[in-house]
Design a protein around this ligand. Structure first.
Ligand SMILES: [Zn+2]
Length: 112
């Protein structure tokens, strides 16, 4: 499995660089010594999902507006009664596709 811009967990990890709970100071900090890249963000996103973090993509109020994510650690998700998003293909935000393409291009350049 590789980075999936349609998965809100992968997308939030990429967009925010790491996952910070919005209800308490908890941070999902995963192997900070690893080089940043799409694989890294994918691993953070999927590990957070496995540990019960809840990430929701906030719908853009206006088309073209910045995307944002609601991120909660497992404790806060339980406190607020937040459930994990239902799996399924969703539209990836334009901002995420743009960042994803830029990171991918930078990685290709490094590999060349
Ligand atoms: Zn929390």
């Amino acid at each position: 499995m590789a980075f999936d811009p349609h998965d809100p967990y992968d997308a939030a990890a990429l967009y925010d660089m790491w996952l910070n709970c919005q209800g308490c100071p908890a941070t999902f900090d995963f192997e900070p010594q690893r080089p940043l890249g799409l694989d890294y963000y994918h691993d953070i996103g999927q590990r957070a999902k496995a540990e019960g973090w809840v990430v929701h993509e906030q719908p853009e109020a206006e088309p073209g507006e910045d995307v944002s994510y609601l991120v909660c650690c497992p404790e806060c998700a339980a406190r607020f009664g937040l459930a994990a998003p239902a799996p399924g293909q969703r539209r990836a935000p334009v901002a995420i596709m743009d960042i994803c393409a830029a990171v991918r291009a930078a990685e290709d350049e490094l590999a060349a």
